[in-house]
Design a protein around this ligand. Structure first.
Ligand code: PMM
Length: 268
C-alpha cells in the first residue's frame, strides 16, 4: 500500500503533495513502482496534529481519488469521518482505512456496511493532539491491543459488515511508545489470531529514528530510515502480514522480490 498524503502537515511528507496534480502524479509514480493499493489521506494523524475541517478534507482527497481510480488504481482512503468515507466510495475508493477503527465517528461503520468496501480497523485511542497520553496497557500492549481490536471487529460485524471485508492493524505509533511498537511487531501472531488479514504501517515512524540514533544523539531524520524499514518489510512478509503501508514502494517491492525468491529456494 503506497501512501499519498494530501496534507500540509504529515510528519514525513507534509506539504509535498497538497495540490491535486502533485498528489495524482505521486500516486502514478507509486503505481509504476509496483504498489497494489494507493492510500489517499487528507488528515495528518501525527502526534499533536490539529484536525482539518470536513470540507477541507473532502476537497483534498476526492479529486485525487477520482483521478487515480479512473486511472485503474485500487484506491484506499485514510479517513476517520463517515462523510469523507461516503464521498470517497462514490469517487471510486474500494478500501476505507480508518485509523480510529470506528471510534472517532461510529457512523463510518454504517457507511461501509452499505457499500462493498474493505474496512481496515486500526487500533486507536485518541486523536493526535492527546494520543500519547494514553499509553497504559493493563494486560500488556499486545493482549490489550488484541482485546480492543476485537471489540472494533464486533462493532463492525454488528452493523452488518461481513467478516470477509475486515482487516486489522495494530496501529504502530498511535498511543504507543517506541518499545510498545517493538512489542507489537514481536507479537503480531496474536493480532493475526483475530482471524483477519493484518496491515502494518511502520514506514518512517519515530521508533525507527530512535532505534537508529547514535548513543546519546538525536533520532535519525525521517528521510534516513528507509533501510531499517526495508528490513521490517522482509520480516513482516515472513510473518505473513497481508499488507504493509509504505512511503517508498520501490524499496519495499525490491525487498519483497528478494524475500520471495529466497523463500522459493528454501522451500524446494
Ligand atoms: N499510520 C499513519 C497513517 N495512517 N493507517 C494505517 N492503517 N496504519 C498506520 O500505521 C497508519 C495509517 C501515519 O503515518 P503517515 O503520517 O506517514 O501517513
Amino acid at each position: 500500500m503506497g501512501v499519498v498524503n494530501v496534507t500540509p502537515d504529515s510528519f514525513s511528507d507534509g506539504g509535498r503533495f497538497l495540490a491535486t496534480d502533485d498528489a495524482v502524479a505521486h500516486g502514478r509514480e507509486l503505481l509504476a513502482d509496483g504498489a497494489d493499493l494507493l492510500d489517499i489521506g487528507g488528515e495528518s494523524t501525527r502526534p499533536g496534529a490539529t484536525r482539518p475541517l470536513v470540507t477541507e478534507e473532502l476537497a483534498r482527497v476526492v479529486p485525487v481519488i477520482e483521478e487515480l481510480a479512473a486511472a485503474g488504481a485500487v484506491v484506499s482512503v485514510d479517513t476517520m469521518r463517515a462523510e469523507v468515507a461516503e464521498a470517497a466510495i462514490a469517487a471510486g475508493a474500494r478500501v476505507i482505512n480508518d485509523v480510529s477503527g470506528g471510534l472517532a465517528d461510529p457512523r463510518i461503520l454504517e457507511v461501509v456496511a452499505d457499500s462493498e468496501a474493505i474496512y481496515v480497523a486500526m487500533h486507536w485511542r485518541a486523536h493526535g493532539a492527546t494520543m500519547q497520553q494514553f499509553t497504559e496497557y493493563a494486560d500488556g500492549v499486545v493482549e490489550t491491543v488484541r482485546t480492543e481490536l476485537s471489540a472494533r471487529l464486533e462493532a463492525a460485524l454488528a452493523v452488518g459488515i461481513a467478516a470477509e471485508r475486515l482487516v486489522v492493524d495494530p496501529g504502530l505509533g498511535f498511543s504507543k511508545t517506541a518499545e510498545q511498537n517493538w512489542e507489537l511487531l514481536r507479537g503480531l501472531d496474536r493480532i493475526a489470531d483475530l482471524g483477519r488479514p493484518v496491515l502494518v504501517g511502520a514506514s518512517r515512524k519515530a521508533f525507527l529514528g530512535r532505534l537508529l540514533a547514535r548513543p546519546g544523539g538525536s533520532p535519525r531524520p525521517v528521510g534516513e530510515r528507509e533501510s531499517a524499514h526495508t528490513a521490517i518489510t522482509v520480516l513482516l512478509a515472513q510473518a505473513g502480514v497481508w499488507c504493509t503501508r509504505v512511503h517508498d514502494v520501490r524499496a519495499a517491492r525490491d525487498a519483497l522480490a528478494v524475500y520471495e525468491r529466497m523463500s522459493e529456494r528454501n522451500s524446494r
